[in-house]
Design a protein around this ligand. Structure first.
Ligand code: DGT
Ligand code: CA
Ligand code: CA
Length: 580
């Protein structure tokens, strides 16, 4: 799905057009288009293929043409033109609080100010107050704006962006610099859903050479600070990467320290003191003799404190240290435990690959089975299926199942939990599916009571619906979740045997870690971890969902798609006998 990427281009277009002094109506149209594209639930490239772009509200012919240009060539002519007219750094300038596009343009035209740095210098030396329409007050405001910008933490980046980026940097460092050991730490290692910055630790006999190569990597946009033991850079995604070189004898302690979380570390430090020890990024020390008793390996650091090693995903000070003291850390689920993927789309609805291609990739991933769960008819925008189309799909699946046995494809559906508590089809009709999934795709603004009732009535109480997909509907860095009474839903689900999904799409990760942990711990619910893949590539997102599951302390027994094919088939039979 390229929606985000295309939306970004229109945001850029709007900003540049505004700075260039273009017709405000046009500027507003670009903005509107960007917002519409961002909120689409179907891939824009599919709409383009089917010549349906102008069916999107707020998108006329001229904007549709620009979208097509971009999808086909990677460029929008108009945007390229504007970029020649307006230096792109003015975009940064425009973001300074108290400035805005119009003033940025005036500063550029009168004083030639193009960058935030030049702006600061001009403001500090009192050059701005004399410009017509600016004055001393505005100058002061700009200086304050600049300061608040520096203080403000930058937006957090999705794990789905930061994780592969960190991996690519590790790869480059391994290939092009004299690193010995290397480890990504921080929130990435803990698989947090969003990332503030990337923390990498290495050991090396030639630290200065490592730093020299690091700042030359293709991922680097800007060097923030370069030193002998710590260097920080900014990537093209505006993500900061801190690279630290540490002594081999402290590597384990440093990994522990920089993996965090801060809360976890603070708790560990208190525990250490109680035991007459001291812990820091160099090691664990005996307070009375100051002798170092651990540091080279992370396991030894925990052991020195009398603790079982704790998986990074659990290190949030949510009770894991107490558990480790009693050596009761659970065996968390791993990617290799996953035996199937229960939620994916094909070209029948809004996916980009055929059933067969999705199945082949699933086999490559080592799965024993998959569920094809194309959208049902009420979701018109996603090309939702009628009963007839599902029957065609069923036939194709039967043929493929003969071809690829013992691998098994199940016919599923992603039903719509409609506003009035109904689903797309009657119960009799639902009988053709091996499994039904259901989710909310419309009317997000109902009250908490309505939302909760709607989900219970139409989905959780329905004898055919087994899985509630992306239950809270949140989009990371986008819209918040629905207003739901999760306790009510979970306790109803417990009675009915309904499973809640951990959706592995990096923008969703829904249920999140805390809600999934609650579902298991407080209600004993089982969960599924699914990709909701709309393409072959996104089948690989399972990894992120497993990360959430591990942060929720789940074991493979808690996850229905960690069951073998045989066990999964038993699960499928469980419910149909239990009518309302
Ligand atoms: P992020 O980058 O905001 O996604 O989250 P983290 O957890 O990666 O945080 P970061 O990059 O500020 O620091 C990395 C780790 O270093 C953090 O998880 C724990 C450790 N750390 C940083 N500052 C402190 C501190 O003041 N006290 C302690 N005990 N540990 C700290
Ligand atoms: Ca970090
Ligand atoms: Ca950091």
């Amino acid at each position: 799905m390229r929606n985000k990427e295309v939306a970004e281009k229109f945001y850029e277009l709007a900003k540049l057009a505004e700075i260039a002094g273009e017709n405000p109506f046009k500027v507003r149209a670009y903005l509107e288009a960007a917002r519409r594209i961002e909120n689409l639930t179907v891939p824009i490239e599919d709409l383009a293929k089917e010549n349906k772009l102008t069916e999107i509200k707020g998108i006329g012919k001229s904007i549709a043409e620009k979208i097509e240009q971009y999808l086909n060539t990677g460029k929008i002519e108009k945007l390229e033109m504007l970029k020649e007219k307006v230096p792109p750094s003015l975009l940064e300038l425009e973001k300074v609080p108290g400035l805005g596009a119009k003033r940025a343009k005036i500063l550029y035209e009168t004083l030639g100010i193009k960058t935030v740095d030049e702006l600061r210098k001009a403001a500090e030396s009192g050059k701005i107050r004399n410009l017509p329409g600016f004055g001393e007050k505005t100058e002061k405001k700009i200086l304050e704006g600049l300061k608040s910008m520096r203080d403000k933490t930058v937006d957090r980046v999705l794990l789905g962006i930061a994780y592969p980026l960190a991996q690519s940097i590790v790869q480059e460092l391994k290939e092009n610099s004299p690193v010995d050991k290397i480890q990504v730490c921080g929130s990435i290692r803990r698989m947090k859903e969003t990332i503030g910055d990337i923390d990498i630790l290495v050991t090396s006999e030639k630290p200065d050479k490592v730093m020299d190569e690091f700042v030359k990597l293709p991922q680097v946009k800007e060097v923030i600070v370069k030193g002998d033991t710590k260097t920080s850079i900014l990537t093209h995604e505006n993500l900061q990467v801190d690279l630290r070189v540490v002594e081999p004898s402290s590597f384990g302690a440093a990994i522990q320290y920089f993996t965090g979380s801060r809360q976890h570390n603070i708790h560990l430090r208190e525990l250490a003191i109680k035991k007459g020890l001291k812990i820091n990024e160099y090691g664990v020390f005996d307070l009375s003799t100051n002798k170092k008793i651990a540091g080279e390996r992370e396991e030894d650091v925990y052991e020195a404190l009398g603790l079982q090693w704790i998986p990074p995903e659990m290190r949030e000070d949510r009770g894991e240290i107490e558990l480790a003291e009693e050596h009761r850390i659970p065996v968390l689920i791993e990617l290799k435990d996953i035996k199937g993927d229960l939620h994916m789309h094909t070209t029948y609805s809004d996916g980009t690959a055929s059933i067969e291609d999705m199945a082949k990739e699933a086999m490559k991933l080592g799965y024993e089975y998959i569920v094809i769960s194309d959208h049902a008819k009420a979701l018109g925008i996603a090309n939702g299926l009628s009963m007839e189309r599902y029957l065609e799909e069923k036939k194709e699946i039967e043929t493929l199942n003969k071809k690829y046995a013992p691998f098994k494809i199940f016919l599923g559906t992603e039903l719509n939990i409609l506003t009035d508590g109904e689903l797309d089809f009657s119960d009799e009709q639902l009988g053709i599916f091996d499994i039904c999934l259901a989710g909310i795709h419309t009317a997000f603004n109902q009250s908490k009571e309505q939302m909760t009732k709607r989900m219970i009535l139409s989905a959780i109480r329905n004898p055919y619906v087994r899985i509630i997909v992306h239950p809270t509907g949140r989009i990371l860095n986008g819209r918040g979740g629905f207003d739901l009474d999760l306790d009510k839903l979970f306790s109803e689900a417990k009675k009915r045997g309904t499973v809640f999904e951990i959706n592995s799409s990096p923008e969703r990760l829904d249920l999140n870690d805390l809600n999934a942990k609650k579902a298991k711990e407080e209600y004993g619910l089982r969960l599924s971890i699914d990709t909701d893949a709309h393409s072959i590539d996104s089948l690989h997102n399972m990894f992120y969902g497993v990360g959430v599951a591990r942060r929720a302390w789940l074991t493979k027994d808690d996850v229905i798609n960690a069951k073998s094919l045989k066990e999964f088939e038993t699960f499928l039979k469980e419910r149909k006998s239990r009518r309302k």
